[in-house]
Design a protein around this ligand. Structure first.
Ligand SMILES: *[C@@H]1O[C@H](CO)[C@@H](O)[C@H](O)[C@H]1NC(C)=O
Ligand SMILES: *[C@@H]1O[C@H](CO)[C@@H](O)[C@H](O)[C@H]1NC(C)=O
Ligand SMILES: *[C@@H]1O[C@H](CO)[C@@H](O)[C@H](O)[C@H]1NC(C)=O
Ligand SMILES: *[C@@H]1O[C@H](CO)[C@@H](O)[C@H](O)[C@H]1NC(C)=O
Length: 814
């Protein structure tokens, strides 16, 4: 008993020495006599990573975790995610049994490495410069436990994701419960071994996303790419099934994080600042969502319609299919009659169907595989299992084919779909036109202009033998679509006279016209970039014509004449918003009193909400800007050009100009740099627009004598310094409620935040704009807030877009 105070005193002494030592030199290890408590940390030898206690949000709960030294918010590992400490009593220590343990109140273990047969005297725990916390035997150096084998929500370079089959270790990521709570959430990211291994995101126990199976070279859709700052190394053998990645150089880091909404997001950081930019994410789009189109269909991210039935199949419920509810998928047109002659149709470049009813035989040749499938009447498709070398191995599917989409990566793997010979005959008959389909692809390194992911849309002719992916459903004539004839339009526009030309947009010139009925129209003459088939064009126009909202310009119909395609819109007498807010004359500016500006902001937001959420197409505009907002005679704002990028923009992207659809000054960073577009990139453009409406200044041509910031940077700086009212357009002479204007500025800044996930969605934007009482979040740093930064990017991207807005401005429908 006498001994105890001595031990206590001794360890106190050690602690004191330690805390002094910490000031001099940061420690990276613990041993039997060295622990850390809540206000101490371990720092890895080169200073990359830190291990310590952290809190989230306003909650008093604290956790033990590892984070990047330069950015304490970039947490890469959490030990006690499901058993937080409620106070600051936590101590991380090595116990007598050799385990690393997190103690609350100095004795209760809330977390432990749980290693058997280790002894405290002989073990130490070290935080390595890779971010791996390792518990090892001092003498032999044997690793007893490492945090890399017990990932939390994030993966960093050097970590293996997947299986060590020898010890049944399954390393997977689990999302946080919410952004303030590291407890295990509902999504898991890991490798599923069922069938052939594939990378999967689960939501609970159901699949949310899958990569496609391992094919001897890569995991289905996750190819080995050379255009990224890291290199992925997959390993699949009898002992291990995993992938890992290494950075190409030490000056940057990539963190893959499984977010609370089930996306794996890859962020690139430069190791010197808190800036992380999104490289890409999976699922990349709605076709990445597991079985989005239901069974026996193929999901296209672009093109006439999202889901198409495979050859020989038809929509399970045509009514549902018609209104864009795809999940019912497709069924066989008629039961395969096995006495009838059967054949196979090869579909190239698609994600192999999931393994529901299947057989895998890695030793079979492709010929044997085909013969086996033919012999069994319930076999619906086969493919080679191994794309390495000569295609070989055999995958057989029986019954439904689930989750098929075109892939961005080329592999020697073709899905051979069983069809009746009669289906093939009817397809290659004399009336058969060559179908054109649009496939969204991620172009790999060699084609890419930039070391980032870039999504292109790719038009591919499918030859008769290559498989008909276009669906019969698109061939329906539609009577609801008003077709204007060429004579009417020529007359209305006085032979497309220059006097009637009111604009030149990214998609072609726009003319004003007057029908014989007296109705005024705007005619957009599409540049020849529309390579779509006639039916696809009509279908798409019909879909867009069905989008009706008081804040969208109405599409009245179209005109098709030989190779010419034209869109007929209602005419907007007041022209576009930009001529009012940036217009030279004080008279036009004075028209824009605050009340009007506010209702314009609200109107645009409502239109965008409709496009994003309420219309059944869920359109991302991609080119929202002041010149694309038209004003009717009552100065109500109407968004124009919606659906254009979806419909007519993609071809241009690759075949004509290699330009990102969009306009300098309005494009979100993730779109410009990575080609990633989402609703959040529209939100960014909306934010720019809101700040422009409030300030009366153009983001892209903003100059300030004191700094290099553009309008966003200027607004943000004023905001930080509490001088936001200085942003307000001085030509606004009326009186206005300052709180409402400031609220708009704050919402604008929230919309242009650097990280897409920080930006609010449309319904939230409207709610924030409208509510006078509620507290808004503080905006974080905007994306692209300095001109200089933008210009650097510009030269990097030379050729990707035209920095001069005038050449891309789309003025239409006046
Ligand atoms: C830890 O924080 C407490 C206050 O919370 C302080 O009294 C103590 O000295 C700190 N210990 C060290 C080692 O910094
Ligand atoms: C993830 O890994 C844990 C621990 O290895 C395992 O218990 C769990 O089943 C895995 N989850 C999935 C969905 O594979
Ligand atoms: C695929 O084939 C290659 C050689 O052609 C072989 O080395 C590899 O083990 C095969 N992979 C699988 C999963 O069968
Ligand atoms: C066809 O294959 C299925 C699935 O393997 C099997 O259950 C069935 O017995 C086979 N039918 C014939 C006729 O071989």
């Amino acid at each position: 008993m006498d001994k105890l105070p001595f031990v206590l005193r001794y360890s106190l002494l050690v602690l004191v020495i330690l805390s002094c030592a910490e000031i001099l030199v940061a420690i990276d290890s613990l041993n039997a006599s060295r622990s850390i408590s809540h206000n101490e940390t371990l720092i890895s030898a080169q200073g990359q990573f830190q291990l310590g206690f952290f809190k989230t949000g306003s909650s008093p709960r604290s956790y033990l975790g590892i984070w990047y030294n330069v950015d304490p918010n970039q947490i890469v590992w959490v030990a006690n995610r499901d058993s937080p400490l409620n106070d600051t009593s936590g101590v991380l220590t090595i116990q007598n049994d050799g385990n690393l343990v997190l103690l609350a109140d100095g004795r209760r273990a809330v977390w432990s490495t749980n290693v058997q047969n280790a002894e405290s005297g002989t073990v130490s725990a070290q935080l390595l410069d890779t971010g791996n916390l390792v518990l090892k035997e001092i003498n032999e150096g044997t690793v007893l436990w490492q945090s890399f084998d017990h990932p939390a929500h994030a993966m960093i370079a050097g970590m293996k994701l997947g299986w060590d089959l020898r010890i049944s270790l399954d390393r997977n990521l689990t999302s946080w419960k919410n952004t303030d709570d590291p407890a295990k959430g509902e999504y898991t990211y890991g490798i599923r071994l069922h069938g052939l291994a594939q990378v999967v995101i689960w939501k609970g126990s159901s699949i949310h996303y899958r990569s496609g199976p391992w094919n001897g070279v890569h995991f289905g859709g996750i190819g080995i790419r050379y255009d990224l700052p890291f290199i992925t190394e997959p390993v699949v053998n009898l002992e291990e099934v995993y992938y890992t990645y290494q950075m190409n150089n030490k000056s940057s880091s990539v963190v893959s994080t499984l977010t609370t909404n089930g996306e794996l997001q890859l962020f690139l950081g430069d190791n010197t600042s808190e800036d992380w930019r999104l490289l890409f994410k999976v699922p990349t789009d709605q076709c990445g969502t597991y079985a989005y189109c239901g069974p026996n269909a193929i999901c296209f991210i672009s093109g006439p319609q999202t889901c198409s039935c495979m050859t020989g199949y038809q929509p399970n419920s045509p009514q549902q299919w018609d209104i864009g509810v795809w999940s019912g998928g497709c069924v066989q047109k008629r039961q395969l009659n096995c006495s009838e002659r059967q054949d196979f149709k090869e579909i190239e470049g698609v994600k192999m169907p999931d393994f529901v009813q299947y057989q895998v035989n890695l030793n079979m040749s492709l010929e044997e595989c085909k013969a086996t499938c033919l012999k069994n009447c319930s076999c619906t498709a086969y493919a080679n299992a191994n794309a390495s070398g000569q295609p070989h191995g055999c995958l057989l599917w029986f019954g439904d084919l689930i989750d098929v989409r075109p892939l961005n990566i080329y592999a020697d793997q073709k899905l051979a779909l069983r069809v009746s010979a009669s289906d093939l005959v009817s397809e290659s008959g004399p009336n058969k036109k060559k179908k054109k389909i649009i496939i969204l692809v991620t172009i790999a390194a060699s084609v890419c202009l930039l070391s980032a992911v870039l999504f292109f849309t790719w038009r591919r002719k499918v030859e008769n033998k290559g498989g008909k992916l276009g669906s019969d459903e698109t061939e329906k004539e539609n009577l609801e679509l008003p077709l204007f004839n060429m004579v009417t339009i020529t007359e209305a526009t006085q032979c497309f006279s220059n006097a009637n030309k009111i604009g030149e947009g990214g998609f072609g010139p726009v003319y004003k016209g007057k029908l014989q009925t007296g109705q005024e129209i705007a005619v957009k003459r599409l540049a020849e970039s529309s390579f779509q088939g006639l039916n696809e064009f009509k279908n798409e126009v019909l879909l867009i014509a069905k989008l009706q909202h008081r804040n969208l310009v109405r599409l009245l119909g179209c005109c098709i004449h030989a190779e010419e395609r034209m869109l007929i819109y209602e005419y907007m007498p007041n022209g576009s918003l930009d001529s009012f807010i940036f217009g030279g004359s004080n008279h036009t500016k004075r028209l824009l009193v605050w009340r009007r500006r506010y209702s314009i902001i609200i109107g645009i937001s409502r239109g965008l909400l409709y496009l994003h959420r309420d219309s059944r197409l869920r359109i991302i505009h991609r080119d929202l800007k002041a010149s694309n907002v038209l004003l009717d005679c009552e100065m109500n704002p109407k968004i124009s050009d919606f659906g254009m990028a979806r419909t007519f923009g993609e071809d241009q992207l690759i075949t004509k100009t290699l330009r990102v659809v969009g306009t300098y000054g309005y494009m979100a960073p993730e779109y410009v740099i990575d080609g990633i577009f989402s609703m959040k990139s529209d939100i960014f453009s909306l934010g720019v627009l809101i700040l422009e409406v409030v300030s009366g200044k153009r983001n892209s041509q903003f100059h300030h004598p004191d700094h290099d910031f553009n309008l966003l940077g200027h607004a943000w700086q004023l905001w930080l310094e509490g001088r936001a009212p200085e942003l307000i357009d001085p030509s606004m002479e009326d009186t206005f409620p300052m709180s409402q204007v400031l609220r708009c500025i704050q919402v604008g800044l929230l919309c242009v935040q650097l990280r897409p996930e920080d930006r609010p969605d449309m319904s939230c934007v409207l709610q924030m704009l409208g509510s006078e009482s509620s507290e808004l979040p503080q905006p974080k740093r905007p994306g692209f807030f300095t001109e200089r930064y933008f210009k650097e990017t510009d030269s990097l991207l030379a050729g990707r877009w035209t920095p001069d807005e005038s050449t891309r401005t789309t003025i239409e429908g006046r």
